[in-house]
Design a protein around this ligand. Sequence first.
Ligand SMILES: NC(=O)c1ccc[n+]([C@@H]2O[C@H](COP(=O)([O-])OP(=O)(O)OC[C@H]3O[C@@H](n4cnc5c(N)ncnc54)[C@H](OP(=O)(O)O)[C@@H]3O)[C@@H](O)[C@H]2O)c1
Length: 291
Amino acid sequence: MTDDTPSLAVTGATGVLGGLVARTLADLGIAQRLLVRTVAKAPALARAVVFPFSYADRAASERALAGVETLFMVSASESVDRVRQHCAFVDSARAAGVKHIVYTSFIGASPASTFTLARDHYATEAHIRATGIDHTFLRDSIYTDFMQAMVGDDGAIRGPAGDGRVAIVARRDIARTAASVLQNAAAHVNATYDLTGPEAVTMTDVAATLSRCTGRPVTFYDETIPEAYESRKKWNAPDWQTEAWVSTYAAIATGELSIVSGTVLAITGRPPMSLAQFLASEGMQSDGVTR
Ligand SMILES: NC(=O)c1ccc[n+]([C@@H]2O[C@H](COP(=O)([O-])OP(=O)(O)OC[C@H]3O[C@@H](n4cnc5c(N)ncnc54)[C@H](OP(=O)(O)O)[C@@H]3O)[C@@H](O)[C@H]2O)c1
């Protein structure tokens, strides 16, 4: 490794969120390391150096992180041992001397979160805090990008969300906020930010907006919790996964996801997109690529 190996590292660049952040930084002419599980999948970006690693691989992570000052850590794909993988990677960061970790967490992360995976985010935050490494937690709401995927073949969104509200946020807004934070990490030391969209909407609102903007009639059916477990049996998913799916809706019902923050605007100077604006922006992209 040479002295001019970039001191800013980005994980998740082979995925959507990390890929958007990496591209934004590259477009600004900022040098970065891309830490990826599969080198062949790494995006070709100016001033980017690619390092193979995975969160659970301590040796590869420490090699990839040697000399890194600021690290963007995208939460790993959902799995039963995700917290263990996250903790291993944070331990590697500490061993490598990383100075600041910017971690993508989840809104309202707490040991008592209704959304089960938000508890995992809290555990990861707690482990990062315990290392004493400077950190910034970006607590993202549910992605606006996923609203269309929640619609079943019959045109219904089904889940126990009741009349609860959620301030869904587009990945593009999270990414540009993260890119701003990474450019000036010192200004965000030990801050925890809620990253939300511009308004808190019910799933009935989401269905109405999808219907209006896409021309496909969409309805929301408010399942009971037992109905939600029953209707998801067809996926044959492990229990933790089904609990995560059902508790996403249940968390909306409690109001835990209803907070609307001004953080995206405050940090980037531009407000976040609503669902309608997101859908319009997708429609305007003739190559069909989500950016
Ligand atoms: N707020 C929400 O609504 C919401 C919804 C779903 C997920 N999430 C979380 O947000 C994260 C980012 O979202 P996204 O849309 O960008 O996901 P994505 O497109 O699936 O990208 C995930 C990225 O993380 C990498 N990764 C996953 N597990 C890893 C591991 N164990 N070690 C190293 N790298 C790993 C993936 O690498 P590969 O290309 O090698 O797989 C990929 O680059 C997700 O990973 C998930 O934790 C949030």
